[in-house]
Write a new protein. Structure first.
Length: 224
């Protein structure tokens, strides 16, 4: 997905940090001098469990929530969930099918609002785009950071970060997605237990951007 000028510049850097393990080899093949795996993370000043009011519950509560801008791939996944209590938060969903537009809240949510959505949705969906391969994305960490229950596209890297069925859960097909949704909507205590375990795993690991910055500085110090 990179522009040609980005690809041509790869060899100019002393070190290239990349979020997906599957991109390490291609970067070396493109001329990178040194490549370091640096996963995405979360900002603990932006992504954290916020206090919830009664009015918040009226606005943000739902069985299922998805936060993100429209694209065809996301629309395809969400089109299988029209019969559920689904709320979509993000931009450009006027491009979606009219039936799916009825689920759209017609605005994005960031900061504390994003955290409120994560906490008050019983299930928070995360779709890993095809371009991300078997890796992860920012939502992998942001949802559990806000104490939300995350149900995400199944990938190897995400399962390494959060154990399946214990700290988050995953799906591979629309059928499996609906099966997992139905299961967790009926099992509230398990859902809350997983959300709690995911949050505790996160805050006790090096998943914050502060820790990522330390790694970058450490590699810089060794190279100077």
């Amino acid at each position: 997905n990179s522009n040609s000028w980005i690809i041509k510049s790869i060899s100019l850097y002393d070190c290239y940090f990349i979020w997906g393990k599957f991109l390490v080899k291609p970067l070396y093949e493109a001329g990178a001098k040194k490549v370091e795996y640096l996963p995405f993370g979360y900002d603990f000043k932006l992504h954290y469990p916020v206090e919830i009011s009664e009015n918040d519950k009226k606005i943000y509560s739902s069985d299922i929530a998805f936060v993100g801008s429209w694209d065809k791939e996301r629309e395809w996944w969400l089109s299988h969930l029209l019969d559920y209590d689904l709320k979509i938060w993000g931009n450009h969903w006027q491009k979606a099918d009219k039936k799916l537009q009825t689920k759209w809240q017609k605005r994005e949510v960031v900061g504390e609002e994003f955290s409120k959505v994560c906490r008050l949705a019983k299930i928070n969906l995360n779709f890993i785009r095809k371009q991300n391969g078997d890796a992860h994305n920012m939502r992998t960490f942001e949802i559990p950071a806000c104490f939300g229950f995350a149900l995400s596209t199944k990938t190897k890297e995400q399962q390494d970060f959060f154990k399946e069925g214990a700290e988050a859960d995953y799906f591979s097909t629309p059928e499996e997605l609906k099966q997992k949704i139905d299961f967790y909507l009926k099992n509230e205590e398990l859902r809350k237990k997983i959300a709690k375990a995911g949050y505790e795993k996160l805050i006790n690991s090096d998943y914050s951007y502060k820790e990522k910055a330390k790694k970058i500085l450490g590699i810089y110090d060794k190279s100077t």
